[in-house]
Design a protein around this ligand. Structure first.
Ligand code: AMP
Ligand code: ZN
Length: 487
């Protein structure tokens, strides 16, 4: 069938056909590192990760690029408010770079716990200001800019397709001045490419440029960095739906204003995670982090499971009840897999990370297993339907007809896309159960080893240590005797 995705540009489902058949270029907007990511933000990154995993699975060589915004993002996306990074740095009495480093590390700690693979390229805005200046020069040379009040602006009226992504009509924009009025702007929707003078005179980080000492606007960083690593035309760009109207609309105007060519082919946007009481906002500080989820007694993968249970284009309401449901459903699934492990004598060969669906199919020996794989693949090919893919997993795991080793291999294949550690988590449950069942035996062996040591039969003592190790039990000799624990 082939992958089909919902393209925000055009608002319809389309067949996915890469610009360059041999390689997929994929850019996902990354975090602004002035605070912890909240679980809403993390939905955007679980989505990016699922998409990158799926593209690999479908056999596309992918270059996945993600930026780290460490400069230029104002609290309002349309050039209003204060620079988010500078504000936090001031409040904390630290430098912008210290703040950026701290929250970048916190971000990757969260993404790792959620099994989000690191993109192939992670690029920081502050390392790419020269690229942004070069791009702005091209936009300027093509007549899309004007200077006012010391800043360089993009003039949206020079770009006839402006607003297409968000289905905004340029004529409508001419009429209304609905957003904060920056007196320098010819049109309220014009946006800053380069700031020199602005509301904050003593900006900590400034660079020399043809327009004076200053710093770049937020939107230009994504245009410059994506084109640097993926070329002037590439396949996929993602972000949350909040970015459609301003950030991505402006990215398109800049990029296409510079090159004169169509820039990104497919725009994919994830819907929001919302709270019962409304929006979760990073800038207000009132939000739930992954740490809070863990403190409340859930595993990060419970949250990943919750997210995969919803379609990325549907709004998801977060609640602790929903977390309980996800946690229990995941536990039940893992218990079923743990039971399969008990039934299987040995663990069958599991697929390597990054296996393709085609290669995976040849690992399967039965027609029935191949059919599950086909259903799973088809669900994901139809606009990345993770809920349907998960229901295929649930059906397969309950299928008594499938040979157990075959089923385990199949689950291993599914997991290369789902990233739920299905087999590892079940193994942990399985060895917990094995330990609980064998407590007496373990203690008998520990006592026998203590006796052997007393008799200086070190060979026997070592053999017992090895035997327990193979069962996942570590021994520690202390002054008060030997204690054992699960490895
Ligand atoms: P930021 O760090 O604020 O630039 O946001 C990082 C990513 O999270 C962007 O792709 C946003 O569109 C996305 N995002 C922000 N809030 C939410 C939310 N509540 N649910 C889902 N995605 C969100
Ligand atoms: Zn961006």
């Amino acid at each position: 069938m082939g992958l089909r995705v919902y393209n925000t540009l055009g608002n319809k489902i389309e067949d996915f056909a890469p610009v360059n058949e041999k390689k997929v270029g994929f850019y996902g907007c990354g975090p602004t590192v002035y605070n912890y990511a909240h679980i809403g933000n993390l939905r955007a990154y679980v989505f990016q990760d699922t998409l990158a995993r799926l593209l690999h699975f479908l056999g596309y060589p992918v270059t996945h690029v993600m930026n780290i915004t460490d400069i230029g993002h104002l609290s309002g996306d349309a050039d209003d408010g204060e620079d988010k990074m500078v504000k936090t740095a001031k409040e904390r009495g630290q430098s912008v770079l210290e703040i950026a480093d701290f929250y970048t590390q916190a971000f990757f700690k969260d993404t790792e716990r959620l099994n989000i693979r690191r993109p192939d390229v992670v690029c920081k805005a502050t390392d790419h200001v020269a690229d942004m200046i070069e791009l702005i020069k091209r936009i300027e040379a093509n007549g899309h800019t004007y200077s006012a009040g010391g800043n360089l602006y993009f003039d949206i009226m020079t770009f006839p397709h402006y607003g297409e992504l968000a289905s905004i009509n340029l004529e409508d924009l001419k009429a209304g001045a609905r957003i904060e009025v920056d007196e320098n702007k010819r049109n309220p929707h014009d946006f800053v490419l380069w700031f020199t003078k602005s509301k904050f005179e003593n900006q900590a980080l400034v660079w020399d440029s043809p327009w004076g000492k200053g710093y770049p606007g937020w939107h230009i960083e994504c245009s410059a960095m994506s084109m640097k690593y993926l070329g002037e035309q590439f396949d996929i760009h993602t972000g949350g739906i909040d970015h459609i109207r301003i950030h991505h609309t402006n990215e398109i105007a800049q990029s296409e204003g510079a090159t004169g060519k169509k820039w990104v082919k497919y725009w994919l946007h994830n819907e929001f995670l919302v709270m019962n009481k409304g929006k979760m906002s990073k800038s207000s500080g009132d939000f739930i982090t992954l740490d809070k989820v863990i403190e409340a007694g859930y595993a990060p993968l419970d949250y990943r499971f919750l997210l995969l249970g919803g379609h990325y284009r549907s709004q998801l309401t977060f609640s602790w009840e929903a977390m309980d449901t996800a946690k229990n459903a995941r536990k039940n699934l893992e218990q079923r897999i743990a039971n399969l492990l008990t039934d299987a004598d040995t663990l069958p060969t599991l697929p390597a990370e990054g296996i393709t669906a085609a290669a995976a199919s040849s690992m399967l020996g039965t027609e029935a297993a191949r059919r599950y794989l086909a259903n799973f693949t088809q669900a994901l090919e139809e606009d990345i339907s993770t809920p349907r893919a998960l229901s295929v997993v649930q059906q397969a795991v309950k299928d008594k007809e499938l040979p157990v080793p075959e089923l385990l291999t199949l689950l291993g294949i599914f997991d290369t896309v789902l990233g739920l550690d299905l087999i590892d988590e079940a193994q942990a449950l399985h060895s917990d159960a094995a330990i609980t069942d064998n407590k007496e035996e373990i203690e008998r062996l520990v006592a026998e080893r203590t006796e052997a040591k007393k008799k200086k039969d070190f060979k026997r003592a070592d053999a017992i240590r090895d035997e327990l190790k193979a069962k996942g039990i570590a021994l520690e000799d202390t002054a008060n005797g030997t204690i054992w624990r699960k490895m």
